[in-house]
Design a protein around this ligand. Sequence first.
Ligand code: SIN
Length: 357
Amino acid sequence: MNSRFVPILLLVLCSPVLLRADDTSEKRVANIVILATGGTIAGSGATSTTTVGYKAATVPVQALIDAVPELKKIAAVRGEQVFQIASQNMTNDYWLKLAKRANELLKQRDVDGIVVTHGTDTLEETAYFLNLVTNSDKPVVIVGAMRPSTALSADGPINLYNAVLVAGSKEAFGKGVLVCMNDQINSARDVTKTNTSTADTFKSPELGVLGYVQGDRVAFYRLPARRHTLNSEFDISGIDKLPDVEIAYGFASVSRTTVDALAAASVDGIVYAGVGDGNPSEVTEQALADARAKGILIVRSARVGNGIVARNNEVNDDKRDFVVSDTLNPQKARILLMIALTKTRDTKEIQRMFYEY
Ligand code: SIN
């Protein structure tokens, strides 16, 4: 054989082809691991109309899988119960445990993608954390539900089906961690919970969804522009404890009490959820400057929900040695600051990270 064709032949023979389980003409199906962490998707209520007052995080992962026998048609699925919590109880330690397990699995040749089932309250935070610290281009898809598994018209089963479909699709490769709910695919960086109770709560305001699931079709229309997953410089493999970063909230008539209390507690960083363009009041700006003088890192974010927090606009960030969050909301700015602090305390470096991730 002409030696020029040998590499091409090898490439063709070795390429994984991800297919549906019921597609008999092809060679193999996607192997998907479901990492279950709890939430309403694993919740149960007293009656089929109990959509408030139910108990989250009660149904084990195998029962979630068994409730959707259709999964067998699209992937070879197995589940692991990493922990079982309502996600308002999420902690940095749970994040490290989940991310380390995800990274172990993503290294395995017999794992093509991961689905994480999760409570919706902090789902966007876990998604962004994993977006920064999972070091693979294999799909990682986070999914939850707004109605418990026992509810009439529960959204968990279809959301889980769609998430497995996305995780097993070649289209999802290299797109960072994805949140798939309500037939929509959102980037972990941009998505946020926007409604306390409706099924269409997850949105990427202004920036928009990346794609849709329609029937059994996974369709992408946009790509995340910021660094993530395989292209991330962050590595949590040797980290057992994340830096302590807290959020202080801005409002009319705000005092310096919260910022001072955080500074007195010697946190590593404070994210200030300022008004408007991430603005602190005069007194809170001074409190933040005093905290910075103690060595605490300060990131200005905004409580507004959309738009770029401008550097050196109404606050002289250069003089104060503050960092701005770019478009990250306060809860995601907290995550990036924690991860950044595992590498550096240099504010210029941390500002670069906020402009890249
Ligand atoms: C939770 O976040 O665990 C409870 C709420 C939900 O999953 O919708």
